[in-house]
Design a protein around this ligand. Structure first.
Ligand code: MG
Ligand code: ZN
Length: 216
């Protein structure tokens, strides 16, 4: 299995050329016929577990590359790598988001003809990752029932800039007396047409619908 780690000097990679790099990335993905998906969400929403569950279901069908953004570790890349998936870890040092140039470095360094699906796990936070285009096909926001009821209302811009919302850990909603319908209403308030998926990465609930919507 392929396991790479790349460290990024943030100061050199700030802002400026992000959009340009994003369109280059989009071109690269398109050239190789790759479906690319950026998964955003706070620490602890279950982004990694969601990717693991998707890889469990899809890795027989498609060769998958997972690119993991994390400040310092490769914990998430290693978890996903255990599902027979190649991984590239991007250690961002102090940057609390991935940007298009970091992804470009990872792509340039990888034989992409091998892959049909690329999952990108963004750095765990719900604020700035949405501000940086990466050149992907789909941006997915993950919120979960363990984060309290206000995650959507407090991050309207992130919701607005995403292509779909996953409400994760739905299996815990009842025991936590979490009002999932109210959270869905909050999403509707920001964007009435945004697809929302109620998912448990643990039990598998809702994953088939999500996979179908991703066209996989
Ligand atoms: Mg993670
Ligand atoms: Zn950031």
């Amino acid at each position: 299995m392929n396991e790479k780690t790349i460290s990024i000097d943030v100061q050199k990679d700030l802002f400026g050329a992000n959009e340009e790099a994003a369109s280059k990335n989009a071109e690269i993905f398109q050239k190789h016929g790759i479906v690319s998906i950026d998964i955003m969400g706070s620490v602890g929403t279950g982004k990694t577990q969601l990717i693991e569950s998707l890889c469990e279901r899809l890795s027989d069908k498609y060769p998958i590359l997972m690119i993991a953004g994390d400040l310092a570790t490769r914990i998430d890349a290693d978890r996903v790598g255990a599902h027979d998936v190649d991984t590239v870890q991007i250690n961002t040092g102090t940057a609390c988001h991935l940007d298009a140039r970091m992804i470009h470095v990872a792509l340039k360094d990888t034989d992409l003809s091998k892959y049909k699906v690329v999952f990108i796990e963004n750095v765990g936070n719900l604020i700035c990752p949405a501000g940086y285009s990466l050149g992907v096909n789909k941006k997915v926001v993950v919120v979960s029932v363990t984060e309290g009821p206000y995650m959507v209302r407090k991050h309207p811009l992130t919701i607005k800039r995403s292509d779909m919302v996953v409400i994760n850990k739905i299996d815990l909603a009842e025991v936590l007396e979490f009002d999932v319908d109210a959270l869905v209403d909050d999403v509707r308030e920001v964007d009435a047409k945004l697809p929302v998926f109620r998912v448990s990465s643990k039990t598998g609930q809702g994953l088939d619908a999500l996979i179908a919507h991703l066209g996989l």
